[in-house]
Design a protein around this ligand. Structure first.
Ligand code: ADP
Length: 364
């Protein structure tokens, strides 16, 4: 009879069998786990060793860099030291050069100081010599000019006198009338030559600063009357009405009578020259608290606006058609008026009129 144990045996065997199978499978799983662990370890080991290699490389590189930086710092330090040394040398050299220059300058200054009086004396001697020479030359030139102009005027005087004699002796015949007309022309040319000589002499005197003004008591109104009287015949010949417009009062003045007469003559002569027949020329003088104001007004050809200042410069003439003068009359007039401390100017309307005015201060 089967015992209970015998009955239980197959179940036990099956259990053992299943346990055995379980163990085998567990062992296999463990073995697999061990194998995988070994693989993982190998992987980890390989990764670690690679990481170590990379780290080593990085460390080497960093060390290298550090080394380079260190060397660069050393280089900068060396350059800096060298520069400081050079700066010191340069500074010393500059100081030495400055000292040398200063010394040289002092030596030069001393030499110049010694030379200066000699040099100045030499220049003074030279200047004195040159001035004497220039004065001599000027005096010589003035003498020469004086002699020439005097002789020329004498000759002109002779010509004029003979022309007068000719016209006086001319008969009342037709032939005589021609002689008289010729004599008149000679007078006219003589007057023009005389004027040119005077102008040239005056310009030379002005250039030499020798235009002498000799103020003397005179009557400004009488000057106007006199100039009108002087030109009345010329005006009549040209059929121009020439009048003085004064109040009839005397205007006592202190001025160079002859020189101002010369200015008036020049203005009236121009007015007659540039005014056609039938025109008018008026000469006036007025007086206020500060000055005498002279004016010469004509109804002539006029002067363009832009020329009103220029005509007072030397050798300026508006038109080339009338070359009887040298373009010096107004320049000389301006110099004479300036020398009196006065002012001269012109206003004009082309084709209608011109007015020349000059003011002479009472305290000229
Ligand atoms: P010039 O001796 O040649 O006449 P001026 O210096 O007296 O020289 O005059 C200069 C110029 O000014 C003249 O040539 C003329 O062109 C102009 N001028 C002077 N006065 C008059 C005037 N009254 N009317 C028109 N033009 C004038």
């Amino acid at each position: 009879m089967d015992t209970d144990v015998d009955k239980l045996q197959p179940a036990r065997d099956r259990t053992d069998e299943s346990l055995h199978l379980e163990r085998v499978s567990t062992d296999q799983a463990l073995a697999e786990n061990v194998r995988l662990g070994a693989q993982t370890d190998a992987l980890v080991e390989s990764a670690r060793s690679k990481a170590d290699t990379i780290l080593d490389l990085a460390r080497d590189k960093a060390d290298d860099k550090l080394d380079k930086v260190h060397r660069a710092e050393q280089l900068i330090q060396a350059v800096q030291e060298e520069r400081e040394l050079e700066d010191t040398i340069l500074h010393n050299e500059r100081r030495l050069a400055d000292l040398r220059l200063q010394r040289e300058r002092e030596v030069h200054a001393e030499a110049i100081q010694d030379l200066l009086p000699h040099e100045r004396a030499r220049t003074d001697r030279y200047l004195m010599h040159e001035r004497t020479r220039a004065d001599d030359e000027l005096a010589h030139r003035d003498d020469f000019l004086g002699m020439v102009s005097h002789d020329l005027r004498n000759l002109l005087g002779g010509i004029s006198l003979n022309a007068t004699i000719l016209s006086v002796k001319a008969s009342a015949s037709e032939e005589g009338a021609r002689v008289t007309a010729g004599a008149k022309k000679i007078h006219h040319y003589v007057a023009r030559m005389d004027r040119l000589i005077s102008d040239l002499v005056d310009v030379v005197s002005i250039d030499a600063g020798k235009l002498a003004i000799r103020p003397q008591p005179c009557d400004a109104a009488a000057l106007v009357d006199e100039v009108v009287a002087t030109f009345s015949q010329v005006a009549a010949d040209k059929q121009i009405s020439l009048r003085a417009q004064t109040s009839g009062l005397a205007f006592p003045a202190e001025m160079d009578r002859d020189r101002l007469m010369q200015v008036l003559e020049n203005l009236v002569s121009n007015a007659l020259k540039f005014t056609p027949a039938g025109g008018q020329v008026r000469v006036t003088v007025q007086r206020d608290d500060a000055q005498h104001l002279f004016s010469v007004a004509d109804t002539g050809i006029g002067i363009p606006q832009e020329m009103l200042e220029l005509i007072f410069e030397r050798f300026w003439q508006v038109g080339k058609s009338d070359q009887r003068g040298l373009g010096l009359g107004l320049y000389i007039s301006r110099c004479i008026v300036d020398a009196h401390g006065g002012r001269i100017w012109a206003d004009s309307v082309v084709g209608e009129k011109s007015v020349f005015r000059f003011a002479i201060p009472l305290t000229a």
